[in-house]
Design a protein around this ligand. Structure first.
Ligand code: GAL
Ligand code: CA
Length: 350
């Protein structure tokens, strides 16, 4: 009887201790709950959409570390004004950290003012603000990648492919006639990628002749259109298409397919991003190569930084450049290693 009483008393003690613990846990949890407000320049952009999906996954992975989060995503659909309004709404709704993919990377001042007034930190991503703007307040960061690195890598892959295959110089004039499909004017990833890809090809000893370029704003349909015009103008002369991203390279391929060109009458195409469709096109040998824009790495860096900014823990584990920048490295994708990338993507989306 005595023993039973002692046991019962012990059990009651245990249960109340557990309840206390749970309560304390709940308290810290609610204090640390991460309310992320994300606004994106345009959700019809393939790479961005894949990056956002990866970010949502990384935020829910944080639950394993007892970090609860609510992620609210807004699409600015190409309007900076809309995006400014969205930031105001997200702050009013109680977001304690913002992830901003600027529409106009040269015009963040209203967003910065709004966030500073309410003391909500900002992680800019993928569209890099001008350095002076980022210096305006210490609670602003940038997560992205180094545009120059992707241009150099695209040039290196293209040089390897061209040097290994004499058929690419179809008219046998010792030069490679090329066109460039460019992203949005003024975007850090457009002009810098083009310049560095071309310069790298030249450094590798490849003689080039630029026929023309087309601006297609990262977009597959626009690239198809521009490419149709370029084919109309240059017929069989085009031997190489350098595209600032995979979607535009795929649009160029669409243009040739529409004209029923056989492989012998087609140039070689190179992209950047390693989107799902881009990787598949490399595996199918339609795209001679691409440069992997590490969306998982970028999404993870954003999620970790968002959590650290809200909880105040883990900031010292993050490695910044100049105290503000996180640049996730690119990597080269060709037929030889594309299988590894496809496998990795499949595992991540599980
Ligand atoms: C680039 C990417 C493009 C496009 C652009 C949008 O980094 O390569 O495909 O998504 O960002 O800002
Ligand atoms: Ca030639």
């Amino acid at each position: 009887m005595k023993i039973r009483k002692v046991l019962a008393a012990g059990m009651i003690c245990c249960i109340s201790a557990q309840l206390l613990c749970a309560c304390a846990e709940q308290q810290t949890e609610s204090a640390d709950k991460i309310y992320v407000g994300v606004t994106c320049y345009n959700r019809s952009d393939t790479f961005l959409e894949e990056l956002i999906n990866a970010f949502k996954d990384k935020m829910s992975d944080l639950e394993e570390e007892n970090l609860d989060s609510v992620v609210t995503i807004r699409d600015a659909a190409g309007s900076q004004r809309t995006q400014n309004d969205q930031v105001r709404e997200l702050i009013d709704a109680g977001c304690n950290v913002l992830c901003v993919n600027l529409v106009d990377r040269a015009d963040p001042s209203e967003i910065i003012d709004l966030a500073r007034e309410s003391d909500v930190p900002i992680i800019f991503f993928n569209r890099e603000p001008v350095a002076e703007d980022l210096q305006q307040w210490d609670k602003m960061y940038y997560v992205g990648a180094d545009a120059k690195e992707s241009g150099v890598m695209q040039g290196e892959i293209a040089a390897d492919v061209i040097l290994a295959d004499s058929q690419i110089d179809r008219n046998k004039d010792g030069k490679i006639q090329y066109v460039v499909l460019e992203g949005e004017p003024g975007h850090q990833d457009a002009i810098i990628r083009t310049e560095n890809a071309v310069e790298t090809l030249r450094d590798k000893g490849i003689k080039l002749e630029k026929l023309n370029y087309g601006i297609a704003n990262w977009n597959r349909a626009q690239a198809q259109n521009r490419m149709q015009q370029l084919i109309g103008q240059y017929q069989n002369e085009i031997e190489l298409v350098l595209a600032n991203n995979d979607d535009m390279a795929l649009g160029a391929i669409d243009a040739y397919k529409k004209l029923n060109r056989t492989e012998a009458g087609m140039p070689v195409f190179f992209g950047i991003d390693g989107t799902d469709a881009g990787l598949k096109a490399v595996a199918d040998s339609e795209l001679a190569g691409t440069v992997y824009n590490d969306k998982d790495g970028q999404a993870e860096a954003m999620a970790k930084l968002a959590a650290a900014l809200v909880t105040g823990e883990g900031m010292d584990e993050i490695q910044f450049r100049e105290g503000k920048y996180i640049y996730v490295p690119y990597s080269k994708v060709t037929l030889e290693n594309v299988g590894d990338y496809i496998k990795k993507e499949e595992q991540q989306s599980r």
